[in-house]
Design a binder for this molecule. Structure first.
Ligand code: NAD
Ligand code: MG
Length: 385
């Protein structure tokens, strides 16, 4: 039985994870839940799944959350330390990391140190701390199983590779809502337009990342760490239908792909059922209904975020952490309508140029660099006014 700490239960991945738990009550049990400011949904989830412990990362919702669960006997706590406490609950053997952003790094490291299987949706954790995370995974001999659909696809293909390393990894990208927009129209992209993804229904930050192609850039760095491949071995191909979730190529040129409807319940469930497969009540893939699959190159010049991520990956060291923090601030500024869509890569690039790269030494150092980068990006945003 998987006894789960679900971090970020109120988000898009969190809610889909609970749907998978609902469908598999004899195999999956929720021990702890953590969320953010939406204490109403967190309380509702706690009433349904009856965990031992519930935490919000934000102190300010503590009173409401406690009051809402007062009659349940469920322990409630708030703040970043409470999220770690959720991981440390006794009996937990699996952590589902569905927090958004660099805030997921410490909880994921905690889960690894406890020997949990980690089902990782929170790609920013690997972007920020890939080297330390993978070292910790090797040291603790835990399973880090991807939830991100592309990485789940590659992971599934690798199950059929019998240990043969791939020559190349091909990551597919939907191209986002502006795939076909002429470059000169991108300056006028509104928040509402950017929040409307053609194929996937996701949280706000990743939806904006998908529109800028930064999401694909973060996924390239995520793949580098998860699968131990160099950046030269990773190719990004735009595939607007999002049916092929990614592919691996072997030295003889043979290619394996994983296909499915775009629904995150599938990769979430696979991360929990692996190496087994369970029933999933989703409709089966119907190739005739799909009818057409098309492929094209990403428009690197018009969507510079993907190239920025490749550059940060190549530079290595602290640069991916800097890229990620600058992106979190730039996306937030766009969502607050302080900057335009095409300003997002500009803010990231100037922040990257104004920060010093160096080698990664510790999680505390990364948290410090993350903080410094956010401050620097905010300064640059202020200076633009
Ligand atoms: P979301 O915004 O819908 O949910 C984020 C969750 O994290 C919420 O529960 C929120 O309360 C919590 N949270 C936010 N800030 C926090 C903080 N500082 N500390 C602790 N918890 C905090 O996001 P999402 O779309 O579910 O994405 C979650 C992660 O999964 C992201 O890293 C994203 O890139 C990745 N991912 C998402 C999808 C998807 O389909 N949504 C697909 C692949 C990967
Ligand atoms: Mg993805």
């Amino acid at each position: 039985m998987k006894k789960i700490a679900l971090l970020g239960s109120t988000g898009s991945i969190g809610r889909s994870t609970l749907e998978v738990v609902r469908q598999n009550p004899e195999k999956l049990k929720i021990v702890s839940l953590t969320g953010g400011k939406n204490w109403q949904l967190l309380a509702e989830q706690a009433r349904e799944f009856r965990p031992q412990f519930v935490a919000s990362a934000f102190e300010e919702v503590g009173n409401d959350l406690r009051a809402a669960l007062a009659d349940t006997g469920i322990k409630v706590a708030t703040g970043p330390e409470a999220v770690l406490e959720a991981v440390f609950m006794s009996g937990v053997n699996t952590t589902v990391a569905a927090i958004v952003g660099a805030a997921g790094l410490k909880p994921v490291m905690a889960a690894i140190s406890r020997g949990h299987q980690v089902c990782l949706a929170n790609k920013e954790t690997l972007v920020v701390g890939g080297s330390l995370v993978m070292e910790a995974v090797a040291r603790a001999r835990v399973d880090l199983v991807p939830v991100d659909s592309e990485h789940s696809a590659i992971f599934q293909c690798l199950q059929g590779a019998a240990g043969t390393p791939p020559r190349k990894i091909i990551i597919t990208a939907s191209g986002g809502p502006f795939r076909e927009w002429p470059a000169e129209k991108l300056a006028g992209v509104t928040l509402a337009q950017a929040l409307k993804h053609p194929n996937w229904n996701m949280g706000g930050k990743i939806t904006i990342d998908s529109a800028t192609l930064m999401n694909k850039g973060l996924e390239v760095i995520e793949a580098h760490w998860l699968f131990g491949v160099s950046y030269e071995q990773i190719e990004v191909v735009v595939h607007p239908q999002s049916i092929i979730h990614s592919l691996i190529e072997f030295s003889d040129g043979s290619v394996l792909a994983q296909l499915g409807w775009p629904d995150m319940k599938l990769p979430i469930q696979y991360a929990l059922s692996w190496p087994d497969r369970w029933q999933q009540p989703l409709p089966a893939l119907d190739l005739v209904k799909v009818a057409q699959m098309t492929f094209m190159q990403p428009r690197l010049a018009d969507f510079p975020c993907l190239q920025l991520a490749f550059s940060a990956g190549h530079a290595g060291g602290l640069m991916p952490c800097i890229l990620n923090a600058a992106n979190e601030i730039a996306v937030q500024a766009f969502m607050q309508q302080r900057i335009s869509f095409i300003d997002i890569p500009r803010v990231i690039e100037s922040t990257m140029n104004s920060m010093q790269n160096g080698s990664v030494t510790s999680i505390d150092q990364l948290i410090e660099v993350d903080y410094e980068t956010r401050r620097r990006a905010e300064e640059l945003l202020e200076a633009r006014k």
